[in-house]
Design a protein around this ligand. Structure first.
Ligand code: ATP
Ligand code: MG
Length: 443
């Protein structure tokens, strides 16, 4: 994409309504625009990032054996009356009436609906286990929408729901999702700490919130420094290998992570002093085993192997897809702007022409841009700053927008066949030939 033709409404001034860095940067870099309290329009750059985040979430859900569907945003009140949550949910639920005065609502979550759908088809134990997910907009009328997309009223969530024949099966499903989550966040360049969370009346230990470490986070987390060193992507656990999943789960839960004193500080004592860490963080995901709560309420039963009816065991697994965009920025920025991890950057490469109109510089910059633009793997990932702007303004915009690689072409460099390659995350600068610059970006 050529910046001279792009819709990239950046702001010069720091917006005063934004209290935290990610919110300020999302507005300044023109990623989103608030249309009313806690409700945002996603502009071209923000939309690109949101789709990349969504795609990583999708790929890891698929890899873990979950199957994607799409449920509607609008639900009937009747569905929620069956579980008793229509009354219980309170003012966070946006309630509507259709022209026949039927009570409807904009879904804040989908346990009732998925159970109702699944119930229509699942008849026997052979229909289990299954895990279904969707990535859909939710509405929660939050008391205090704030921090931009991090606590919005309308937000994009991935929610998965598992159905198992018995508790051991539900535990396997839970562990598979936990591993999928570790991989998902790592692919986005994030360190997520799975923090033991309240299970409510169900009891047990099968509820974890995933916390991205960031000083502005709302949660406090204690964790073993080893979390920072593990590579979940490389671990070759497979959802089919239950024994491996059990080992993995053991490994994770032995590296204690918790909020304040609410949770068992027995495990924390086992973490060696030198490896103990405490931090603030942002909740980007929550996985939860809730047994037969919804299957019971919604009347879901299947015939077991002996023909007797069995009430399936369920769990639900959420990821705040739109919140993640803010959380990623919160974890990756400096005073100048965003430092996108490569996997979620709106563009992976920016070619910056410092002297538009100068024949040599134009030709050289076009060659570099053309190289990536002609490659289907990069076409959508390269942006060319061909605007007639001062060099200083271009540098400032490139740093604000956070492109992981900046390939800077000026008249002197172009004449000598050289490119200055800047790595946004580290600030490292390299003076390279065109070929070497291309090879470096590709590596
Ligand atoms: P919170 O405690 O932050 O309100 P929650 O417990 O209500 O979160 P869940 O119901 O578990 O959240 O939803 C799953 C995920 O959806 C959360 O982990 C979070 O990442 C995201 N999420 C929840 N509420 C919002 C919101 N208002 N705006 C953006 N994302 C949200
Ligand atoms: Mg909430």
């Amino acid at each position: 994409m050529r910046l001279s033709r792009a819709f990239l409404p950046t702001l010069k001034e720091t917006p005063t309504e934004a209290q935290i860095a990610s919110h300020r940067l999302m507005l300044r870099a023109g990623l989103v625009r608030q249309t009313s309290a806690g409700i945002y329009a996603w502009l071209p750059l923000g939309w690109r990032v949101l789709r990349k985040v969504e795609q990583i979430v999708r790929e890891e859900q698929d890899r873990a054996g979950a199957q994607e569907i799409l449920m509607p945003t609008i639900q009937t009140a009747d569905l929620w009356r069956q579980s008793g949550r229509y009354e219980a949910y309170g003012p966070e639920m946006l309630r509507l009436k259709d022209r026949h005065e039927r009570e409807m609502l904009y879904g804040p979550t989908n346990e009732e609906m998925i159970t109702d759908i699944f119930k229509s088809y699942a008849k026997s134990y052979r229909d289990l286990p299954r895990n279904l997910y969707h990535i859909q907009w939710k509405f929660r009328d939050e008391v205090r929408p704030r921090f931009g997309v991090m606590r919005g009223r309308e937000f994009l969530m991935k929610d998965a729901y598992s159905f198992d024949l018995d508790q051991p099966g539900a535990v396997d499903s839970y562990r598979a999702m936990m591993l999928a989550y570790m991989r998902t966040f790592q692919r986005m360049g994030l360190r997520a700490v799975p923090m033991a969370a309240d299970t409510g009346p169900i009891g047990g230990d099968l509820s974890h919130e995933f916390i991205i470490l960031a000083p502005t986070g709302e949660s406090t987390v204690f964790y073993d420094a080893d979390f920072e060193n593990l590579d979940w992507q490389k671990s070759d656990f497979d959802s089919a290998k239950k024994a491996d999943l059990a080992t993995f789960y053991q490994q994770i839960t032995s590296m204690y992570a918790a909020t304040d004193e609410k949770h068992d500080l027995g495990a924390w004592a086992n973490v060696p002093e030198l490896r103990r860490r405490e931090g603030k963080g942002i909740e980007v995901g929550h996985i939860f085993y809730f047994g037969t709560k919804y299957s019971n309420a919604m009347g879901l039963t299947v015939a077991g192997p002996d023909g007797k009816p069995v009430v399936p065991e369920m769990g639900s697994y959420g990821i705040g897809v739109s919140r993640l965009v803010g959380a990623i920025i919160e974890a990756n920025h400096d005073d100048a702007g965003i430092k996108w991890p490569d996997t979620v950057a709106p563009f992976r490469v920016a070619v910056i022409n410092l002297k538009v109109g100068d024949t040599t510089t134009d030709a050289f910059a076009e060659r570099l841009y053309g190289h990536f633009h002609d490659d289907p793997m990069y076409r959508n990932d390269v942006v060319y700053d061909d605007r007639e702007e001062r060099a200083g303004a271009k540098f400032a915009d490139a740093d604000l927008l956070g492109h992981p690689w900046q390939a800077i072409v000026g008249p002197r460099g172009a004449a000598a066949g050289r490119v200055e390659l800047k790595r946004r995350a580290s600030g490292e600068r390299l003076d390279l030939s065109l070929e070497d610059a291309i090879a470096r970006i590709r590596s």
